[in-house]
Structure formats: C-alpha cells, structure tokens
Design a protein around this ligand. Structure first.
Ligand code: ADP
Ligand code: ASP
Ligand code: MG
Length: 412
C-alpha cells in the first residue's frame, strides 16, 4: 500500500473543529488508496503554556521533568485525532512516542532520533487500520524517560517517519500555504515560493523561519524525503504549497531567496578579558556544558593584553549563561572586568544559494539598513547567508527594508 505522512501543526489542530477539518484531509487520502501516518502537534498555545508552568515551578528546571510535562500536549491531540477519524469511519489508532517506540538520544529537550522500528505500526496496518496517528515532538531515551526534540519538533517527527516508512511524500500542513520569501506576518509583500532548495530552507529555518524545524530539513535532505509545506485551511492538491527539493530542480535563478529573523536574541559582552591562548576555551567550554546555545561570537582587538568578548544566545538562556560565567570566574577559570547583557536584540539574515557566485550582497544589505538608520551590532557571514544583530525594536522595519532592497516580491 502506498503511504503518506501528513503532519498538522498547532494552529491546524487548535480546537475540535480544526481537528475535524484535518481529519477530513486525512480521510480524502485514505479514499485515494493511501495508508497514512498522521503526525500531530499540541493544540496551538498548549506547549507554551506547559513550558510556562515548568519555568514558574522551577526556573533552572530538571530537563527530564521539563520533557515529561511538555510532551503531554501532543498526547491529547493524537487521541482526539484518532477518535475523530473513527467517527468518520476511518480505522485509526493513536501512538505516543514510547508505544512505537521512537528511540532517541538522552539529550532532553533537544533529543535526536536513534531509530524508529516499524513493526508495531506495520502490524496495525496489517490488521486493517488505515491511519496511525503519532504524537509529534516526543520520543524515548535509552534510560526509559520521555524526551522531546526541541520546539517545532513535530516537523522532524514527520520527516523521520517518512524516511523510516518510505513514504511517497511528507506533507506539512500549517497555517500558511507554503514557504514565503519572508514571514508573511511581517510584510504583505512576502511572496510564496513554489520550490525552495534544501540548503536555503536549512539556513532559513536555522536562522529563525519557524515554518519548518531545521532538523526536519536536514533529515529530508539526507534521506531524500519529498517534503512539502501547505495550508491546512485551503483545498489542496498534488501541486499545492512549496516543495523543498534539490537545487537542480529549481528553475528560478535568484541571488537572495529569503529574509529570516530571530526575535529573542541576547548579546552578552565580557569586558576586559585577558588576551591569551586558552581564554576562549575557558569561556565557551562552561557555557556549552551549561547547555547554552552560543551563536555569534566576536572578539575585539586586543589593547594592553586585554580584549572584549561578545557572543549571542537566545534570551531564555541568559540566566543559565550568567550562572555559568560567574561560576567559572569564581573557580578562577578566567578573569573579566564586567559582564554586559543586552537582551533586546534581534537577528536578521538574508539567505540565497546565488550568493556563492555573486559579490556585493553584504554591501547591499548594509546600505539598506543604513538607509533606515538601523545600527548593526554584530555581523556574521557564511557561504549562502549574512546575519546581523540589531535592536529588536527595528526588527520588522529591517525585514521589510531588506525584502524591498532585494526585490523579493518579484519573481526572477
Ligand atoms: P505549525 O504550528 O503548523 O508548526 P509554525 O507556527 O511552527 O506552524 O510555522 C508556521 C509559521 O511560520 C507561519 O505562520 C509564519 O508566520 C511563520 N514563518 C516564518 N517565516 C516564514 C516563511 N519564510 N514562510 C512561511 N512562513 C513563515
Ligand atoms: N508542540 C511543539 C512546539 O510547539 C512541537 C511542534 O508543534 O512541532 O514546539
Ligand atoms: Mg512548527
């Protein structure tokens, strides 16, 4: 039997009527002759609420218990989706991660898949069930604890199941009708792309475009999963949405394909750090051990044997970072004059595979920001992207200005 994976995100299962709407889409595919694995997210807002409860209860929480709490949102929708399908005469059964069992690493709240054995679900399909509804975002560690895959992780569950079961396609149903040149909530000039290259999608996702979780794009690229993003609120067919595919399947030639932003960034600066071998390791080692995701790093030129070290990380890790830095200082790992935290910055990035062979994109980007009087605090570049940190209050303006500057509203 041909098999499809269909994933429904939080807004697509936000209430019982939306679950019904999603179930109707699943039923249509079953009627077309597919067995379907449905991956569901928690109802929209639920995971945020659960995370809030954990943080209120224990600011520096035990990650195992965080996962135990936040994984529960998906369990509810999986059961409700199976019930809704049954009411529509579609034989369906729900699966929590441990029942499959979805084996993951033990890295709580950012676990990775180890294996997804097919036997249990295949056996149910063989019994005549047409749909397996799997709770997204969660798995089981070797220690037997519930794990989660990081925010947005249901996308990755979907792609991993598509790879494990050799699905014909992995359809990600969400509240937009595809991948856009930038977040359509920020500018109405954002344009839907019919296709986007894996590499570009990977960068956009990792730089903040939350329409797909980064890891899901990585897996799709590695296992050659046909990955599509489409609307759960519209009628859709085989040509709807955006196909994430290999570079050579794309006709449009463009230098910049999209603009991404990440709102909740913080910039931390250690003033007056001794400029000697080993000091960067002494600073960033303890941060890594504390689970801080350090992103950009800038070291100033040295004056009289001292330097300043600046790095960025998500705002919700500032507390952890400060604790790790102060503990390292107390241990005598390194000395510094002062720690300055600016938790009001955002990261804006432009992405495009065309940048590999095209000079001048950085200059054009900086000029567009300068024209809006937006000050750049930190810059990083790689082969197909340029990122800057700016004051958060200019975030929307910066995205709009860059979208205009690179004329992303027009197809090339
Ligand atoms: P789901 O709950 O279905 O997983 P998400 O909220 O995680 O949905 O992702 C969809 C959202 O991603 C859209 O509503 C949109 O605001 C945002 N988004 C950010 N960047 C983009 C982009 N380039 N294209 C489309 N959507 C984007
Ligand atoms: N519910 C989880 C989250 O909001 C996982 C997901 O929806 O993909 O991050
Ligand atoms: Mg999502």
């Amino acid at each position: 039997m041909p098999l499809l994976v269909m994933k429904f995100g939080g807004t697509s299962v936000a209430d019982l009527s939306r679950i019904k709407n999603a179930a109707a889409k699943v039923k249509r595919e079953v009627e077309r002759g597919y067995d379907v694995i449905v991956i569901v997210s928690a109802m929209s807002g639920k995971t945020n609420e659960l995370v809030g409860w954990v943080e209120q209860t224990s600011p520096l929480f035990d990650a195992r218990e965080y996962d135990a709490v936040v994984a529960s949102g998906e369990n509810v929708t999986a059961g409700l989706m199976a019930l809704t399908l049954q009411e529509m005469d579609v034989p369906a059964r729900s699966w929590q991660g441990w029942q499959v069992p979805i084996h993951t690493t033990s890295a709580h709240s950012s676990a990775r898949f180890v294996s997804i054995p097919r036997d249990n679900i295949d056996a149910k399909f063989a019994e005549g069930f047409k749909v397996a509804v799997v709770a997204g975002f969660q798995g089981l560690s070797a220690e037997g604890r519930i794990t989660t895959l990081g925010r947005g992780g249901s996308d990755t569950t979907a792609v991993a199941f598509a790879a494990a079961f050799g699905a014909e396609r992995c359809d990600i149903y969400t509240d937009v009708d595809g991948v856009y040149t930038t977040d359509p909530r920020i500018t109405e000039k954002a344009r839907k792309l019919d296709r986007i290259a894996f590499e570009e999608m990977l960068e956009l996702a990792s730089l903040g475009a939350k329409v797909l979780q980064t890891r899901s794009v990585e897996l799709a690229m590695r296992y050659k999963v046909r990955l599509r993003v489409l609307s759960s609120f519209e009628d859709t067919d085989e040509n709807s949405g955006t196909l994430v595919c290999d570079e050579d399947e794309i006709m449009e030639s463009r230098v910049v394909s999209g603009v991404a932003y990440s709102r909740d960034e913080a910039k931390m600066t250690l003033l007056k750090v001794a400029d000697r071998p080993g000091v960067a390791a002494a600073i960033f080692g303890p941060l890594a051990e504390a689970g801080v995701n350090v992103d950009m790093i800038v070291q100033n030129i040295s004056e009289e044997g001292f330097t300043d070290m600046t790095f960025s990380c998500p705002t919700n890790q500032v507390l952890r970072a400060e604790k790790a830095i102060n503990e390292a200082k107390a241990r005598g790992a390194y000395e510094f004059g002062q720690l300055i935290v600016d938790d009001g910055v955002a990261k804006i990035s432009v992405v495009g595979i065309g940048m590999r062979s095209h000079a001048g994109v950085a200059a054009q980007m900086f000029a567009a920001l300068a024209a809006e009087n937006i000050n750049i605090k930190v810059i990083t570049t790689s082969e197909i992207k340029i990122s800057v940190l700016i004051d958060r209050k200019y975030m929307e303006l910066a995205v709009q200005a860059l979208h205009d500057a690179f004329q992303l509203d027009k197809a090339s």
